[in-house]
Design a protein around this ligand. Structure first.
Ligand SMILES: *[C@@H]1O[C@H](CO)[C@@H](O)[C@H](O)[C@H]1NC(C)=O
Ligand SMILES: *[C@@H]1O[C@H](CO)[C@@H](O)[C@H](O)[C@H]1NC(C)=O
Ligand SMILES: *[C@@H]1O[C@H](CO)[C@@H](O)[C@H](O)[C@H]1NC(C)=O
Ligand SMILES: *[C@@H]1O[C@H](CO)[C@@H](O)[C@H](O)[C@H]1NC(C)=O
Ligand SMILES: *[C@@H]1O[C@H](CO)[C@@H](O)[C@H](O)[C@H]1NC(C)=O
Ligand SMILES: *[C@@H]1O[C@H](CO)[C@@H](O)[C@H](O)[C@H]1NC(C)=O
Ligand SMILES: *[C@@H]1O[C@H](CO)[C@@H](O)[C@H](O)[C@H]1NC(C)=O
Length: 231
């Protein structure tokens, strides 16, 4: 199905820039590659990302015909809105990320919280994006914002991609290995991920090709999806 012309401005205009270069606006949708740990299941992962029903992840995981039977140690694509946010202590510094409320339990640290998120965030990044100092997270009933970086694309690189997968390099992987695995041009992937050429850890942003994917349009507060369009 052809993408209705109406939607194109929505996809492209939102494509501010990669995380870190500052942003003016976000985009409705980004994906994150989540490696499921032994003690996790999809219900739990959906909760982490404030997704009401894990079954809504079906369209982003065409490899799994049935989301109720996913082995541990598998990766699952999680969807989230990618917003333009600013650092609490430096409001002019903007970045693109999803932000998910996490209810802190007694004794937790940014390290232990980040550990639930499959290397999609780090303790240092949680400390930078929350008002509580790392050494002084209140123990009772507070939430911290778990921040997962994302990209809406970069018209300066290519106007063809508006949906990106946040992918944590795993087991010493490089950008080139990720490009090969997703059958994507390594050159283009480098352009979307400046400074990550030889890195073997950290996040990379992988453009997602259209044909198997769906655009979920959310209502203004992204609480509920109002329509689904395949493209
Ligand atoms: C997220 O992006 C910001 C801005 O580019 C960067 O400083 C931070 O290290 C990134 N966080 C992670 C976990 O990669
Ligand atoms: C998923 O994990 C939660 C604990 O995190 C558990 O309560 C729930 O029963 C599990 N669900 C399934 C279907 O295994
Ligand atoms: C997750 O998305 C990527 C990028 O589009 C795709 O290659 C991969 O097959 C998807 N994973 C699953 C489990 O379907
Ligand atoms: C996260 O990264 C660490 C260090 O690279 C690695 O040991 C661990 O297995 C990774 N965890 C996940 C869930 O990818
Ligand atoms: C989490 O984000 C909200 C909305 O941006 C903000 O009001 C709140 O102060 C943040 N919480 C922390 C602990 O930084
Ligand atoms: C390749 O991509 C698939 C689909 O996302 C993923 O399940 C697999 O772990 C990846 N393998 C490597 C070596 O990156
Ligand atoms: C890549 O690794 C280098 C060396 O460890 C580090 O200085 C740089 O910040 C990393 N790049 C990104 C984008 O994280």
């Amino acid at each position: 199905m052809a993408l209705p012309a109406l939607l194109l401005p929505l996809l492209l205009a939102a494509a501010a820039s990669a995380a870190g270069d500052g942003c003016r606006s976000g985009c409705d949708l980004a994906l994150a590659s989540f490696l499921i740990a032994r003690n996790q299941n999809l219900t739990y992962i959906a909760e982490l990302f404030a997704i009401r029903d894990y079954r809504s992840l079906g369209p982003y995981n065409p490899q799994y015909p049935n989301l109720d039977f996913i082995p541990a140690d598998a990766t699952v694509n999680v969807s989230f809105p990618c917003g333009c946010r600013s650092l609490p202590r430096e409001p002019a510094a903007t970045y693109l990320a999803g932000s998910f409320p996490y209810l802190v339990r007694s004794g937790e640290t940014y390290d232990s919280i980040a550990a639930h998120f499959s290397n999609l965030t780090t303790a240092a990044w949680l400390a930078a994006t929350n008002t509580y100092p790392a050494t002084n997270i209140p123990d009772t009933g507070v939430t911290v914002n778990v921040t997962v970086n994302c990209s809406c694309g970069d018209p300066g690189v290519s106007k063809d991609y508006g949906l990106f997968l946040t992918y944590p390099l795993r087991d010493g992987q490089t950008l080139a290995a990720v490009a090969a695995n997703y059958s994507f041009s390594a050159d283009l992937l480098r352009k979307y991920n400046p400074g990550m050429d030889t890195n073997t850890s950290g996040l990379v942003f992988v453009p997602v090709k259209g044909q198997h994917f769906y655009l979920l349009l959310c209502d203004p507060n992204c609480g509920q999806f109002s329509s689904i369009l395949g493209f």
